[in-house]
Design a protein around this ligand. Structure first.
Ligand code: FES
Ligand SMILES: [Fe+2]
Length: 331
């Protein structure tokens, strides 16, 4: 049976976010991706990423340090250049020619303020975020959250809209939103993503005019979901009652079989200052916490892609999500 987990090897051929570019310094940092350890470090003023394993005796380079614009292994002090070439072996003396050892380096790019890594030649572009440079929207970053669930499960949940009245009854879920009306999904041109438009209603507890009696609690909400392989989603929200625009980006980093780091950033038009940003982050984390109560108790961290789960009409786009992942894992 075809399934996908955080360590499925086809995930080596797509881009994954590993953290904000500004968080990577001259201090080597270890991170996990698709079941393997990597080290990220700034050398020659650029972020470099290598497998976190010295070719000599396999020590972790992330336990080493930067010396003379090289990364130095903590075990025997071998030094590697920004290109990953061994340039110095202290035990051989200063005049010796170092062995032709090289660090394994994945593809790396910086986009949307994040570092993206593809262990092998990527098959698809990362998600394209239409309003990233829109000056009317503030970027509200949420610190990464490590979750005990598979990245596919987290994105499946993020895309799903039949769970709102149940899982999110404590935040925005409304009893009036139980029926999922008909909708269509549209594949993106490269075939590695889709978009879905879905207008519905929510309880808007974030709107101060509700308490004042000027706005109704139950308000219409326009939603457009954008998905891109493997685990990127952009939920574009618009509330006509308040004029609020909120695009929520959820970008998952599959780390080990059972753990996923979730990178989130919101693009909002109602967060002019630090206080409103903190309130928006706190609210979003409350919503996410509601999802985690389900996600972290699922029996397995992989998901089946063809048979093995029961789907209904209101799951149309999460079935489309499975089809795209199935295409990836069966290529
Ligand atoms: S293990 Fe890295 S220098 Fe020996
Ligand atoms: Fe949810």
């Amino acid at each position: 049976m075809t399934s996908i987990s955080n360590i499925s090897s086809p995930l080596r051929r797509v881009w994954h976010p590993i953290g904000r570019a500004e968080s990577f310094t001259h201090e080597p940092t270890r991170f996990e991706l698709v079941g393997e350890g990597y080290v990220a470090v700034r050398l020659s003023d650029e972020i470099r990423v290598f497998r976190d394993m010295c070719p000599h005796r396999f020590a972790r380079l992330s336990d080493g340090c930067v010396v003379d614009d090289t990364i130095q292994c903590p075990y025997h002090g071998w030094q590697f250049s920004a290109e990953g070439r061994c340039v110095h072996v202290p035990a051989m003396g200063d005049d010796a020619t170092p062995p032709p050892a090289r660090l394994t380096a994945p593809h790396v790019m910086v986009r949307y303020g994040l570092v993206w890594v593809a262990p092998e030649d990527p098959l698809a572009d990362p998600i394209s975020i239409p309003r990233w440079d829109d000056a009317s929207l503030e970027k509200v970053w949420i610190d990464p959250v490590d979750v005990k669930a598979g990245a596919a499960q987290i994105v499946d949940n993020f895309l799903d809209f039949a769970h709102f009245p149940y899982v999110h009854a404590g935040t925005f879920g409304s009893d009036k939103d139980r029926l999922v009306h008909d909708y269509t999904t549209e594949r993106t041109a490269d075939g590695w993503g889709f978009v879905v438009d879905y207008p519905h209603v929510i309880e808007n507890h974030e709107d101060p005019l509700v308490a004042a009696g000027e706005h109704p609690l139950v308000q219409p909400r326009e939603m457009k979901y954008q998905f891109q392989v493997p685990f990127s989603a952009n939920l574009q929200l618009f509330l006509p009652t308040t004029g609020m625009v909120n695009h929520i980006l959820l970008l998952c980093q599959p780390m080990t079989l059972d753990t996923t780091r979730v990178h989130m950033v919101m693009l909002r038009n109602d967060c002019p200052d630090d206080a409103s940003k903190s309130a928006a982050v706190a609210y979003e984390l409350r919503v996410f916490d509601e999802d985690l109560k389900i996600l972290e108790r699922l029996p397995d961290t992989s998901i089946p892609l063809e048979r093995g789960q029961v789907h209904v009409r209101s799951d149309r786009h999460t079935v489309e999500f499975r089809r795209i992942l199935e295409r990836l894992v069966t290529l």
